[in-house]
Design a protein around this ligand. Structure first.
Ligand code: SF4
Length: 905
């Protein structure tokens, strides 16, 4: 099948992407980070690198990329890659490694049954990898235990969609964000986590006056572009949305025609909502919001037919996440605002291919192609796959799967492209549980992370830039990820490894794929197999595409049925995927208090992402540019709480929960609610002494989705006293493993280590001095003050700078960082190095705000003081904010405040 004739937008480009990638020839691919799924143009340089730009032709981003996407070119090096297979710590060849995987899996199955084997997959995998893993496990090995890190990210949205629509369908598309008159962001720091969508919203806000409401306990960067911020009490979102449903009913603003024709369960849902949110006063009290702000939100929602409600991890990652999703969807169903241009609910997915994983059945409670485990569905899949061992029902979801590992019920686990030893709740216990496995296989592209170090078998997987296949973004748009670099050393695609193991287990015939195109074609055919319009996920309109056509495949949205154009939106006229084709209102259960704070655990711990890092930093951590913005793990706390606990800005705090602890830099922030803490999820044992946030998170899960409650763990916080604080800037990596605290980050000149030491008064001087590289050493010491400073030059060039003091308020490292760019430090400047203050004629830019143009806060403030007091003027003057735009919210905040916004190095 290779025709564009019967479809709307062209499905295939007229010019083929080259089979063999040539230097200088751009390749159209997709960003591997968030669920926006931006199109990327990668132009290989012939030396293993590539220049990166946004793909103007991709509908998700029209050429724009955020800071993370723009820095992809800095993450392509091989220095941290796993490049050869290893078995029991010994490098080996593929044949032996695969033989061992098959033999050991077979042994576990023979001794304990197939249910002792599990697969833990990732929203970073391509759909084709996911498809083969799921087929091998659920159809041939016969284990239902296949789950994915997407369980931690959007499982509550999946469950909410299935309850309301009968299928896991996102009814809207991104264009709706520009067509709406009101955009509600619920539990979404889109400015940092979905930056390109946030920019699309902000453009519409600037051009058309689109209103933005932001529902989030924290005042985040997203608030800088919002018209109303509702700092809701954690865990009370469902009350707010139930109150809206009640208000819509009271004011006669329901779409009764839509309700009658296309839905069921409205009366019960409304009755339940009235119980939960009887009056505005009750809502205000329970949600901790000003009554007039709730009133305003309800008024805007009521009066605006074109409203898109976006929800993300703040809603999903909750022990009541599914009910929260359904409380939002209920309001849209009640007003008939669904599937229409600029009007409907829109789940913002965290990962690039979480949606693709859902399509193939990568979740433990789905089978394949959106089918479940009814007898009819199982029979259909069994016949299609000719599967000898099709599973009988659902498997263990992520948290339960790793509990089974820790308890010894799962004996063999294959982890693909994810780092559960960092990211799971109770991460320390989960990591320790890996030791009980008889077989841990990890297919990865990095040689070291917290998970792979426990593996019996390490398989070198293809990385972004080498992979070939498809991903599906948050608007159901399937896009190609194309290889633009050759596979290095022994690295291979995940699907290839799975097929080789399948062959060794005796299933070669069912896994005889020659390419990703073969797998995609089977996936497309299964989606349409005995479908007859009953299953939402159907891309059989593209089944039969040749390998050459697969190369030219353009981004398209599903469903894509034979002879029909792809569907931009669904459900405007009903047609849900329940048995009677009607949507279901869901009666929301009264919210439980998910974070049981107490005298011992008085804080609610919230977790989340930062602007320039992705997951556990195995890729974004390689980019010096991205590490500049925030270089170490931190805990945000309200000024009143900080004062009460004598926690000062820049000191260290120990955060503890029932399950673990972390030591983090204190960031006092008025945007944090009193009684709550915020910590970022990205740091691991690879780059910090005690920044593993997963270790703190409780294992409570949502009863419908199995998604962990990552936003509200009871916690306590206290000072973490140390004798001295310091930073080390160095061209070469230097380990400070003996320090009481350390966090390592890349920098354009080399490496930055922020650290703290236990002993006061220079007891550590000799040890620290010994860690410095060889060269011409200069130092300054004040034993009484506990101060030590050193610089190392080699042939006049700066090699390292070390500052230690009793106080965390050390001189700013920013000017010192700029000295690494000099071929030689002028003799007149040498003494200034130890002072840490800019010499005359040079400047200290302050902490970097715009990573694209390396513009610091002090330079922005100076430009603003000189009259450039708008984002546009700053952009014209300094370039800041004019490339990826990710820093624009921070620019706005800087301009709005006269002081320095943050002190983190
Ligand atoms: Fe990648 Fe940024 Fe686009 Fe997300 S918004 S897909 S991280 S470029």
């Amino acid at each position: 099948m290779d025709s564009n004739a019967s479809h709307g937008p062209a499905l295939f480009a007229t010019a083929a992407s080259p089979d063999i990638v040539a230097p200088g020839v751009p390749v159209r691919t997709t960003c591997p980070y968030c669920g926006v799924g931006c199109g990327v143009l990668a132009t290989p340089d012939g030396r293993g690198g590539a220049t990166i730009s946004g793909d103007l032709a991709h509908p998700a981003n029209a050429g724009r990329l955020c800071s993370k996407g723009s820095a992809l070119g800095e993450t392509l090096g091989l220095e941290t890659r796993l490049l050869h297979p290893f078995v029991d710590g010994v490098q080996t060849n593929w044949a032996r490694a695969l033989d061992q995987v098959a033999k050991r899996l077979q042994a576990v199955r023979a001794a304990h049954g197939p249910g002792a084997i599990a697969f833990y997959l990732s929203g970073q995998l391509l759909t084709e990898d996911y498809y083969v893993a799921n087929k091998l496990a659920k159809g041939f090995i016969g284990t239902p235990h296949v789950d994915t890190n997407s369980r931690l990210c959007m499982a509550s949205s999946v469950a909410g969609h299935r309850r309301a629509f009968g299928a896991d369908v996102v009814p809207q598309c991104y264009d709706d964000l520009e067509l709406a008159d009101l955009v509600v962001l619920a539990g979404s720091n889109a400015a940092w986590c979905h930056p390109i969508l946030y920019q699309r919203i902000q453009t519409a806000r600037g051009e058309r006056g689109v209103r933005v409401v932001n529902i989030d306990p924290r005042r985040t960067a997203t608030c800088e572009g919002s018209d109303l911020h509702l700092p809701i009490r954690p865990g009370t979102d469902a009350i707010l949305w139930c109150g809206l449903l009640v208000r819509l009913a009271e004011r006669g603003l329901l779409d009764t025609l839509f309700i009658d024709a296309h839905t069921r369960g409205f009366s019960e849902a409304l009755g339940g909502a009235r119980t939960i949110a009887p009056t505005l006063e009750a809502i205000a009290t329970k949600c901790g919001l000003p009554r007039e702000d709730i009133e305003l939100f309800y008024e805007w929602f009521s009066a605006t037919p074109r409203v898109v409600s976006c929800y993300s991890q703040g809603v999903n990652q909750s022990a009541q996440g599914t009910d929260k999703v359904n409380a939002i969807i209920n309001c849209h169903l009640a007003t008939g605002r669904i599937g229409k241009p600029g009007s409907g609910p829109l789940s913002l997915t965290g990962q690039p291919n979480a949606m693709g994983g859902r399509e193939v059945g990568g979740l433990a409670n789905m089978l394949a192609a959106h089918m479940g485990f009814s007898e009819g569905e199982r029979d259909r899949v069994r016949r299609f796959w000719d599967a000898p061992n099709l599973v009988a029902g659902e498997g263990l979801k992520a948290v339960q799967m790793f509990e089974a590992v820790a308890e010894g019920r799962i004996k063999a686990l294959w982890v693909m492209g994810t780092n559960p030893a960092v990211s799971l709740p109770r991460a320390d216990a989960m990591r320790d549980g890996l030791a009980r496995l008889e077989l841990l296989v990890v297919s990865e592209n990095v040689a070291g992370n917290d998970t792979i170090r426990h593996a019996h078998v390490r398989l070198p997987a293809a990385a972004w830039g080498e992979k070939d296949g498809t991903v599906t973004n948050s608007e159901r748009r399937v896009s190609r990820q194309r290889a633009f670099l050759p596979l290095p050393a022994r690295a291979r695609p995940d699907w290839w490894m799975l097929c080789e193991v399948a062959r060794r287990l005796g299933y070669g015939e069912a896994f005889a794929y020659r390419s990703a195109a073969d797998i995609f074609d089977e996936h497309a055919r299964l989606s349409g197999f005995e479908n007859e319009g009953m299953r939402a996920f159907d891309i059989s309109g593209i089944a039969g595409a040749t390998g050459e056509a697969f190369q030219r495949l353009e981004p398209f949205q599903w469903p894509l049925r034979p002879g029909s154009p792809p569907a931009e939106r669904l459900f405007a006229d009903g047609g849900f995927f329940t048995e009677d084709r009607k949507a279901r209102f869901v009666t929301i259960a009264p919210p439980r208090v998910s974070a049981a704070v107490s005298a011992e655990w008085p804080f609610v711990l919230n977790t989340g992402r930062i602007r320039d890092q992705w997951h556990t930093m195995t890729r974004t951590g390689l980019s010096p540019r991205l590490a500049i913005h925030i270089a170490e793990p931190f805990v945000e706390i309200h000024p009143d709480d900080a004062a009460c606990l004598q926690l000062e800005q820049g000191t260290l705090a120990k955060v503890e929960t029932v399950d673990g602890s972390a030591v983090l830099r204190v960031l006092v922030n008025r945007g944090q609610q009193s009684g709550t803490l915020f910590v970022p999820i990205h740091w691991s044992a690879e780059n910090s002494s005690a920044g593993r946030i997963g270790a703190l998170v409780q294992p409570a899960t949502d009863p419908f989705s199995g998604q962990p409650e990552a936003k509200a763990t009871p916690a306590c916080i206290g000072r973490h006293p140390v004798g001295a604080f310091g930073f080390l800037l160095s061209r070469q990596p230097i380990q400070l493993g003996e320090a009481a605290y350390w966090a390592h980050a890349r920098a354009p000149f080399g490496h930055v280590v922020n650290f703290a030491l236990n002993e006061p008064r220079n007891g550590w001087t000799a040890w620290l001095r010994a860690t410095l590289p060889e060269g011409e050493h200069m130092s300054f010491q004040d034993a009484m003050a506990g101060t030590y400073r050193a610089a190392v030059l080699r042939a006049g060039r700066l090699e390292a700078v070390l500052f230690v003091g009793a106080d965390p308020k050390l001189p700013s490292p920013e000017w010192l960082k700029s000295r690494f760019a000099l071929a030689a430090i002028p003799a007149s400047e040498r003494r200034d190095l130890l002072a840490g203050t800019p010499v005359e004629g040079t400047t200290d830019d302050g902490p970097v705000v715009c990573v694209c143009f390396q513009v610091g806060a002090k330079r922005i403030e100076a430009a603003a003081a000189a009259g450039n007091c708008s984002v546009e003027k700053i952009g014209r003057q300094l370039g800041a904010g004019t490339n990826c735009g990710s820093c624009i919210p921070e620019l706005r905040r800087l301009l709005a405040s006269s002081g320095v916004v943050r002190d983190l190095a």
